[in-house]
Design a protein around this ligand. Sequence first.
Ligand code: BEZ
Length: 252
Amino acid sequence: MNINWDAEKYTSDFSFVHQYGSGVAELIDAAAGSTVLDLGCGNGALSNVLHDKGYLVTGLDASKELLEIARSAYPGLAFIQGDAAGFSLPEPVDVVFSNAVFHWIDRERQPDMLSCVHRALKKNGQFVFEFGGYGNNRLIHDALAEVFSEHGYAYKVPFYFPTIGEYAALLEHAGFRVRYAVLFDRPTELKGENGLKDWISMFLKTPFSVIKDEAERETVRDQAAEHLRSALCQGGKWYADYVRLRMKAIRL
Ligand code: BEZ
């Protein structure tokens, strides 16, 4: 994944990530007692939602720090460390679930991730997921590209935000049948009067690494937030222009 998590801050200030994830979990159609892998489980909050629905859940994440939080918050659940594009399970599961993870995985590594998921699922198993889709955070990235350029830097979006058509093709190529797909806007309220700047600091560490001076990084964040104020700040509240790609596919 293209990030080193600030695990505590992520859990305290960005809880909307898992709160919104409960909607995608409703696409799972499996009996209580079914086995579910929560791929990229982070702090385990959604693994626990799945556990409360009666599933036997295993959470997998690459981040030791987030897994520590997950294990201490939900000691009754199983969590394992692993790379989403390079893992294997001892036994195949009925369902693989994932929320807000796949945009962190480069396009080139998506086929590896999808083969891992295929191997991890039983035949006819369900693959249910949501992540950032085509156009996600476009206003934010466009504003940052403009401010970076004014400062003499190139801005590179460090995420993969595919269309339905592109991702359906990858799934079909990897041995899945697509059953459901929707791409929808989900403006997302950010916490606090510096909500957008805090979001940029939390999630956009990679593109900012080309700017060596912290004071200049702060100026760039300020200027980008000012560019975006009329579009993304209403009544003193900041919103991020999220677009979600939500899909369900069956392993052939
Ligand atoms: C997302 O969930 O879409 C997302 C979160 C942080 C950075 C980029 C995308």
